[in-house]
Design a protein around this ligand. Structure first.
Ligand SMILES: C[S@@+](CC[C@H](N)C(=O)[O-])C[C@H]1O[C@@H](n2cnc3c(N)ncnc32)[C@H](O)[C@@H]1O
Length: 321
């Protein structure tokens, strides 16, 4: 059943005291979430990444990011605690909070995130840099840059203008404009590479503020689309899985139960056929939980039931006598 229109804040103005209206036009609440989630995943956000959502508000985007990311990987910073509480109550739910354990910092101080000593793969500032004076923006960029991994990136919106707005402080729900050159300079001062992204927003402009090793080369010569992003992920996975150039191994024979050989490719244990059979039996037993495999050599571990000590090998050669 749909929520009644008044619960969705429809008809209210941006900045009104309603969890949806406070963060922007309530009619766009879904659209902004979809646009941002799609952008982040197209740029490479994966479940194991950690993400900082600056000015996370009522979890408009957090309600998609928190379920997507692995437990403990979402961090939100927000001065208005009531917004986060309403977002949890109306959008996310307590159960997901318990399952995914996001972290929230209720603060408007950029230092809060540096003090947290967390390294982020991605940071997000959706509709944040558009309401602050340049000094505040610089403080946030410097704190975010400090907390980003060297291949991390901040994805942020801004409002390009011919001139820089002479704003002081935080002017929300008013908006401020900055020249792209000013934003580029502010990013550079924080050690971030500034690139405008071709990703539509109903009112603002998306930009990437990347740490030195964030790979954005693939965006240069092709449109920023899901297809391009996925192709890049698949190409990376393929190259990671292709066999490394490796010394060709001769077939080793042994009469001993096991012996170890060293090659350029690593250290191998070779077994005679009887040992292989025993090994296979033990592996089966381990998989059916009738035995425990203990990694390494020489140590003793107390186990219940039969145990098998794996030799100090990095791989098992199945060549037999
Ligand atoms: C336009 S809303 C955007 C919220 C959220 N990013 C989104 O897109 O749904 C701006 C948010 O910034 C928060 N905010 C206000 N002052 C701030 C400050 N000094 N630093 C960071 N965030 C602040 C507001 O409480 C509000 O949640």
């Amino acid at each position: 059943m749909d929520l009644p229109q008044e619960s969705l804040g429809v008809g209210l103005k941006p900045g009104d005291a309603h969890y949806r209206a406070y963060v922007g036009p309530p009619e766009d609440y879904d659209l902004i979430a979809a646009m941002t989630f799609n952008l982040l995943t197209t740029l490479g956000l994966r479940q194991h990444h950690s993400l900082l959502d600056v000015g996370c508000g009522s979890l408009r985007i957090g309600r998609l990011l928190i379920p997507y990311l692995n437990r403990g990987k979402y961090f939100g910073v927000e001065p208005n605690e009531w917004l986060v509480k309403e977002g949890i109550k109306q959008e996310l739910g307590e159960a997901l909070l318990q399952i995914k354990r996001p972290t929230f910092f209720f603060s408007d101080l950029p230092e809060t995130i540096t003090q947290a000593k967390v390294s982020f793969d991605f940071a997000l500032a959706q509709s944040i840099l558009v309401t602050a004076e340049l000094d505040l923006i610089q403080n946030w960029l410097s704190a975010i840059s400090h907390s980003l991994g060297e291949d991390g990136a901040l994805v942020a919106t801004f409002l390009p203008g011919e001139e820089d707005s002479p704003t002081k402080g935080w002017v929300y729900p008013e908006c401020v404009n900055y020249k792209p050159a000013t934003m580029r300079q502010a990013a550079a001062e924080a050690g971030l590479r500034f690139e405008i992204l071709d990703w539509k927003h109903p009112r603002q402009t998306w930009a990437l503020l990347a740490a030195p090793k964030f790979d954005s080369g693939w965006l240069k010569n092709r449109p920023l689309t899901w297809n391009a992003g996925l192709e890049r992920v698949l190409a990376k996975t393929k190259s990671a899985m292709s066999p490394r150039r490796c010394q060709r191994l001769p077939i080793f024979r042994t009469r001993k139960a096991t012996s170890t050989i060293r090659t350029d490719c690593g250290r191998f244990t070779i077994m005679n056929s009887w040992t292989i059979q025993l090994f296979e039996k033990l592996m089966r037993a381990a998989f059916t939980r009738q035995a425990t495999i203990i990694d390494g050599t020489g140590g003793f571990t107390s186990v219940c039931g039969p145990a098998f000590v794996l030799l100090d090998s990095t791989a098992i050669s199945l060549s037999a006598v």
